[in-house]
Ligand binder design. Structure first.
Ligand code: ZN
Ligand code: ZN
Ligand code: ZN
Length: 177
């Protein structure tokens, strides 16, 4: 019989939910969610619901409270917001003839579209347009992918696509970026 009390204290420092999870593991029953997520708007309890696009978290006080969150591995995750680099409007995910892409909420005033990469707009990959100083976006044309200027049709600069990257027409040795 050892009396290692200091070790015991450290073990208790583990978050209670984590401990519950560990206790549950191997005991043979899964199904009762031990963790409750509170609604940040009204402090009601969030419930996992099934929607058209899969599972999501909604507030128990719906429709009084319209809070909702995406489901990620059984946890509520707030949908990220993305903004249009041209006009600052919010980007919305759209699906058109099987293609998923992001479009500006100010359409048709702003015709910005961005390719969807794993559920996020591909704005992080920016390739400058040598012609006007804005940037290029990957587009799908009849002959396959190509890169076109975000200011199209004002700027008609395009570059061919090679495995997801634009191919510069003239390779310059004056610098990488
Ligand atoms: Zn709520
Ligand atoms: Zn816009
Ligand atoms: Zn341009």
């Amino acid at each position: 019989m050892s009396r290692d009390d200091s070790h015991d204290t450290k073990a208790r420092a583990v978050d209670s939910w984590e401990q519950e999870f560990l206790n549950q593991d191997g005991s043979g029953y899964i199904g009762t969610p031990s963790k409750r997520y509170r609604c940040p708007k009204c402090h009601g309890v969030l419930q996992l619901k099934q929607g058209k696009n899969g599972a999501f978290w909604g507030c128990e006080n719906y429709p009084k409270c319209d809070y909702s969150a995406n489901d990620e591995d059984g946890r509520p995750v707030r949908p990220k917001k993305y903004f249009c680099p041209l006009c600052g409007g919010q980007l919305r995910k759209k699906t058109h003839s099987g293609n998923t892409f992001w479009g500006c909420s100010n359409y048709p005033d702003c015709k910005l579209t961005l390719e969807d990469v794993s559920g996020e707009p591909s704005s992080s990959r920016k390739y400058p347009c040598r012609a006007c100083g804005h940037y290029l976006v990957r587009k799908k044309g009849v002959k396959g992918y190509f890169w076109g200027c975000i200011k199209y049709p004002e700027c008609k600069h395009t570059l061919p696509d090679d495995k997801g990257h634009p191919v510069p027409k003239k390779l310059r040795s004056s610098g990488d970026q």
